[in-house]
Design a protein around this ligand. Structure first.
Ligand SMILES: Nc1nc(=O)c2c([nH]1)NC[C@@H]1CN(c3ccc(C(=O)N[C@@H](CCC(=O)O)C(=O)O)cc3)C=[N+]21
Ligand SMILES: [Mg+2]
Length: 291
């Protein structure tokens, strides 16, 4: 029997409607709409697509959204100046500086320049620290999207073996934290897991992955998770966004669909959920800043 689909596109539509209703209730009371400012430096086509998708999703849910496009030659000082302006703008509740940034710019310095209260990516060290300490201000978008995709499809993780392949600051590391913590009100079925983080230096990756009741692939290499690495019936979440001959493909090999019990597709899985959690955080930022 082929794996059941973990349909991120469908869940994203459901959750965006929930967010839109909460936004409409605020604006009906005369409150400012939650506002997102996205900063795009350079002309990477994938980044342009993601930022365009985020902008459209905001608009469709009643949030205000502005995209600030800067040339690839932008200096660090120029970018920091824009961030400072957005930090001070009361119509902006969330700031997202699209990564990666050009080489002349120190990514860490830019991440630390975003006001923590507006850091809807949850990349600032203050917010990473709050998350790790168990007092989250925001949940990082992609890990939160993965948790929602599991929780709202009835896939509990309490007491389960969850293997996360990938240790990035954006996905693997915060996702492992969130999976091992107590479940949250926002995703009540996800948490309390026995978490293993695997990566490029893991010895016998296939054997580690085969232990997983829930396997999350956040490696960044097309098709590296093959059927021999998957326990029959496991839930497999594919976080990969690899471009192969101009086509978007995940980290999970298509043949895994014959072994897994659940599988999230690429596209149509984690990607739309990441954007949805960005809207969620922008609404949350507006609630925290404006009341
Ligand atoms: N500051 C920052 N925050 C981010 O959240 C961030 C970032 N930088 N840099 C790049 C990654 C990647 N990312 C994606 C968002 C949406 C889709 C997405 O919507 N994917 C669609 C398809 C998109 C397409 O048509 O190509 C899908 O999977 O169905 C994918 C990837 C956010 N990221
Ligand atoms: Mg990684």
């Amino acid at each position: 029997m082929p794996a059941q689909r973990l349909d991120g596109k469908a869940l994203a539509a459901t959750m965006r409607a929930e967010i839109a209703a909460r936004v409409a209730a605020r604006t009906a009371k005369g409150q400012r709409p939650p506002g997102l400012a996205a900063v795009l430096v350079g002309e990477d086509p994938a980044s342009q697509t993601y930022v365009r998708n985020k902008h459209k999703a905001c608009h469709d849910a009643g949030l205000a959204s502005a995209v600030h496009t800067l040339p690839a030659s932008t200096t660090q000082a120029g970018l920091l100046e824009l961030v400072a302006r957005l930090n001070a703008d009361p119509a902006v509740h969330g700031i997202l500086v699209q990564l990666p940034l050009p080489k002349q710019i120190d990514e860490g310095a830019v991440i630390r320049a975003v006001a923590p209260a507006k850091d809807v990516d949850c990349f600032h060290p203050e917010n990473v620290g709050l998350l790790a300490a168990g007092f989250p201000r925001f949940y990082p978008c992609t890990p939160h999207g993965v948790l929602q995709l599991l929780s709202r499809n009835g896939i509990g993780t309490a007491g389960k073996e969850v293997v996360v392949v990938g240790r990035s600051n954006i996905v693997g590391k915060p996702l492992a934290l969130m999976l091992m913590q107590k479940p949250t009100a926002a995703s009540p079925a996800a948490g309390d897991a026995t978490v293993t983080v695997a990566h490029t230096r893991t010895a016998d990756l296939a054997a580690v992955c085969r232990r997983a009741d829930v396997l999350v692939a956040a490696v960044g290499r097309a098709g590296v998770i093959t059927p021999d690495m998957v326990k029959p019936g496991a839930a497999v979440v594919d976080v990969g966004t690899n471009s192969v001959n101009g086509k978007l493909v995940g980290d999970v090999h298509p043949d895994v669909g014959a072994v897994a019990g659940w599988l999230s597709p690429v596209p149509g899985g984690v990607g739309p959920m990441t954007i949805t959690m960005l809207l969620y955080n922008t609404l949350s930022a507006a609630e925290q800043i404006d009341g």
